[in-house]
Ligand binder design. Sequence first.
Ligand code: NOJ
Length: 529
Amino acid sequence: MTPADEPWWKTAVLYQIYPRSFADSDADGVGDIPGIIDHLDYLAWLGVDGIWLSPVTVSPNADWGYDVSDFCAIAPEFGTMDDFDRLVGEAGNRGIRVLMDIVPNHTSEEHPWFVDSRSSRTSDHRDWYVWADGKEDGALPNNWVSSFGGPGWTLDETTGQYYFHNHLQEQPDLNWWNEDVRATFDDIFRFWSDRGVAGFRIDVANVIIKDAELRDNPPATEDDDFETQMFGQRSVYNANRPEVHEVIRRWRRLADDYDEPRLLIGETPVPVDKLAEFYGNGSDELGLAFNFNFISAPFRAPEMRAIVEETEAALPPGAWPAWTGSNHDMFRFPTRWAEDDPAKVRLALLMLLSLRGTPVLYEGDEIGMANVTLTQEDLRDPLGVRFYPYYEGRDAGRTPMQWSDGAGGGFTDADRPWLPLGDLAAVNVQAQRDDPGSLLTLCRDLIGFRRSHPAFSAGESASLLTPENAWAWTRGDRHVVALNISSEELVVSTPAGTVRICTDRGRDLEFVPGDLKLAPFEGLILEHP
Ligand code: NOJ
């Protein structure tokens, strides 16, 4: 296939916007849709092809938008449906597509469906959620725990049954065995797709179906990963059911019904072999699946390389990986991978934008925004509020976009944004925008290079032999990407060629006769004849 035949998102760079923290147009301390519209020119200048918005639908915000109480309306703090339509139109005028976040696993407890469901055992929506009786001895229906801590079951006093929630008790899980639930989500997909939305990021795509018999999860063993051991059980029955694939295939059929098929990106925090299954036969399930094994890997060549190679080997024919370093749950890669060391941040960004696959940047990645240290009073994430000081929650990676070093960081005119601002003097868009040596310029140049070299962005890739702490791969027939993820100088054997973009911009256009010397934490793209 030539790149022209490929779906738009294969050669795209996607960009996640966390709307609450992107740009505040009305000085209430909270970002909003008009604020996003105001910055579309910036996103077009940067070169992104699509933006994924974390939820902008109505929510009481127990989990900041991931507890939806109306799937087809815009939350007033973010604007109106007219604002949303304007965003899709204005983004489209700049060649930028808009992706929604959809949360099919659960709703808010305030959603009218749940209000009705809990009103009586015979209500119309009773079966839309996962209800069960307690055991005769008064014990919970089974041993399932919530991934947000504590039991997964909450007793509803009125009807005397328990409802299940994989997250907060304010987020009751929907019952995806119910055909009306499935049909209603078809309508939700169409509602947004018909408004011009180019696709969806599907929240906890691996979780939505629960075991029909509500069987107990098996206990964790010493061989399990840290998280499984912490929860004391393997999530075999409350999530990760094989039947989920049937639902995803249904969505894919809906998505493919459009002249420009809608993109489905799954939040799929599962091991690599399971991740591959979410691509189905390569064209009948997800288009892209987030790879949490990669996000969570240490920034070292052997580990990173192993995960990428394992992923590539596991994917079905035609499937295309997605690579991301940060998001609103997993914190910021400049801190997590790069320990806020500018050379490592540059190297990690070059890696993300050069692997075979679609890179998904998180707002602020392009300027190297770091995790922000917060006090207990600052915390807004329900997990931080609940578990501090054992766990501070996810707010450190959710602080507002740093547009400038002025008051409010260019994010807000309010006296106080909803979360504190990071170190504006150290990192902001305005200071980096016209600086040829900045991370932002590097990021923009890398995106521009992808765009002007479809064979680079869409081309195949193969690993090259390197010293242990280096990592190099081909892109298409004429490019090699080489990284030195160590503090020692290393030599990588490459074909002779010209450096197109190096993390040390002083090396751009250097001719490399063969053995490529890489300084500590240096990386580059080499073009050869
Ligand atoms: C994943 C979302 O990214 C996260 O922010 C949220 O808390 C959970 N799913 C529950 O919806």
